[in-house]
Design a protein around this ligand. Sequence first.
Ligand SMILES: Cc1cc2nc3c(=O)[nH]c(=O)nc-3n(C[C@H](O)[C@H](O)[C@H](O)COP(=O)(O)O)c2cc1C
Ligand code: SF4
Length: 518
Amino acid sequence: MIPRIYIPGDSGALALGAEKVAKAIAGELAERGIEAKIVRNGSRGAYFLEPMVEVATANGRVAYGPVKPSDVKSLFDGGFLTGGHHKRWLGSPDKIPFFAKQTRLTFARCGVTDPLSLESYKKHGGLNGLTNALALTPADIVAQVTESGLRGRGGAGFPTGIKWKTVLDTAGDRKYIVCNADEGDSGTFADRMIMEGDPFVLIEGMTIAGIATGATKGFVYVRSEYPHAVAVMNKAVEVARKAGVLGASVLGSPYAFDMEIRVGAGAYVCGEETALLDSLEGKRGMVRAKPPLPAHKGLFGKPTVINNVISLASVPVIMDKGAAYYKDFGMGRSRGTIPIQIAGNVKYAGLFEAAFGMTLGEIVDEIGGGTATGRPVKAVQVGGPLGAYFPRALVDTPFDYEAFAAKDGLIGHAGIVVFDDTADMLKQARFAMEFCAIESCGKCTPCRIGSTRGVETIDRIVAGIEPEKNLALVTDLCNTMKFGSLCALGGFTPYPVMSSITHFPDDFKPAPVRVAAE
Ligand SMILES: Cc1cc2nc3c(=O)[nH]c(=O)nc-3n(C[C@H](O)[C@H](O)[C@H](O)COP(=O)(O)O)c2cc1C
Ligand code: SF4
């Protein structure tokens, strides 16, 4: 058998030099006259080890990383094609602690298989969920998804099964499945990793959603900053169509389902589901008032399921292994697993899929290894730019929707960004207001005007102008935005602002030194 070498083609790995490594390996193979197959897989998500190269040996896969082009000659000299030792040797990927501690359900194949090989997908359990779904009635599929406890991974945590049931129960001559791949949250990359590393799982999940709700057409709305994901998804759709997974007769069944990939408009607010629908329809992305819900009147006025990539990509494993299997993981009302994206000032950045329930401290200190700078962790922002900043005092909070809400935080898309003790939380609060002012769609006054007034008021605190009065004004403004905004952009911006004020009051104290320094 000719040797197989796996080199990630994932954009995170490419940013870390995977292309140069691939070229060096191909060059070395040619020079030494060795025949080998190079597979451009996705990333397994340990970015601190990327580019992580793997070779298939008689004893299973052996990983090396992070590999530099200058390592390649010595890797060959050390016999890496048969798993030989080298300074970059990591051993079996499954035994690397970062992977061994995970529960990979949604990401089981990511970084393992060839993303564009349907054969490889099937060999690793792909299409089992769809095959099982085809043997059920739409109502039974919806019941399974509801029973699994799956909640939307895009941010709001709304039960996926209930959303699907609304679309199933709504009459329409045409229905749509829209996948939200706008992935705008800071420090998040789970959607991108799935689309680049295991695109068929998303296609399978969307197809199951279509069959379950009576929708025959799907759209994936991918942010424009993800050109690699767009390319892989387009190729995967083509492969799926040719193989009869998509088309007039899904896997030979009476169900029709097809899909298209659309590139986003480059605005954070276009990730909000109704603004996304406007954008998909070719309009400027503006938030729509609800009702009507997208499930009743969504894309082009038709009943529409709109789900995040991870919500949809989690459906195949549920339909394969059963609702009870999936539901068994997790805590409270947060069932199953969640791909936690660890980013910011952290030693071991990457994607860590685990059952709900790990504490924030375990994630940051044990999995993430603390800060990359080696300084103490000051704050952790969870849930993107609209998420609260948690201080060390809250590290015992378990990763669970309700537990975070009880501490005035949110899980959102499960991105966490770590800050060390040099972070200035007043600046972070200002940044939250500024971000909202820049990204606001402008439809409602509390968000459009409130965020700009928020920046100005915080600037007055920075300048030492009536700090106490202005701090009270910021708090008042946050209440107006929280309760008066039409969508969560204006409604949740108070979370990073208020958590900064509440948990880091010292950073908001009048500081003549700060003024002098700036
Ligand atoms: C300003 C704003 C930005 C959002 N951005 C995203 C996004 O990038 N991706 C996403 O899946 N959901 C995003 N959401 C949440 C969506 O509106 C919606 O809740 C989600 O797509 C529903 O899918 P789910 O139920 O599978 O989570 C955003 C919401 C708001 C208010
Ligand atoms: S809260 Fe902001 S983004 Fe949302 S509808 Fe109002 S103006 Fe638009």
